[in-house]
Design a protein around this ligand. Structure first.
Ligand SMILES: [Fe+2]
Ligand SMILES: [Fe+2]
Length: 158
């Protein structure tokens, strides 16, 4: 459980649960918007620490670098979409954006679980994963203390 991989998988669980609600067109916009308002801070307090621990490590390894760069970009897109949803007034448009966000992050999580994390596991040792796990927890704690809500940076894609 000290292994960063286990921590990341654990973090994905509530995100996946909320994604299901956000995508469900049988639910009302209010219900889906409610799920989004829970989802957005959880996503930030997962994604930023992941970037600053796991992805930083992966970017130093030629075999893993590409996947981490793609992950960074997917995080940025999700971040931008979250900010846009918060500014959207029209309920129908908001519903459409929430669905696209849900699908984007669902796909991202799938790729992490099926490709990125297994490749990372094959190219790291337990000691490294435990030390990254410590870093991940530290960063996450710092973010939660700051209040996850208004932290997404409005980074533009470079
Ligand atoms: Fe993740
Ligand atoms: Fe991620």
């Amino acid at each position: 459980m000290d292994d960063i991989i286990e921590m990341i998988l654990e973090d994905h669980k509530p995100l996946k649960r909320l994604i299901k609600v956000m995508k469900d067109s049988d639910l009302t916009i209010e219900e889906r918007a409610q799920a989004f308002s829970e989802f957005a801070p959880l996503l930030v307090s997962h994604a930023k620490p992941e970037e600053d621990s796991l992805y930083v490590f992966m970017k130093k390894d030629d075999d893993l670098r590409g996947e981490a760069l793609e992950g960074d970009i997917e995080h940025q897109l999700a971040d931008q979409l979250c900010e846009e949803i918060k500014r959207t007034k029209d309920p129908e448009t908001m519903g459409a954006k929430i669905k696209v966000l849900a699908e984007l992050v669902e796909h991202h999580i799938e790729e992490e679980e099926e490709d990125l994390l297994p490749d990372f596991r094959d190219n790291s040792d337990l000691e490294e994963r435990v030390s990254l796990g410590k870093r991940f927890v530290e960063l996450k704690t710092q973010m939660l203390e700051k209040g996850g809500e208004d932290s997404p940076s409005e980074k533009t894609l470079q």
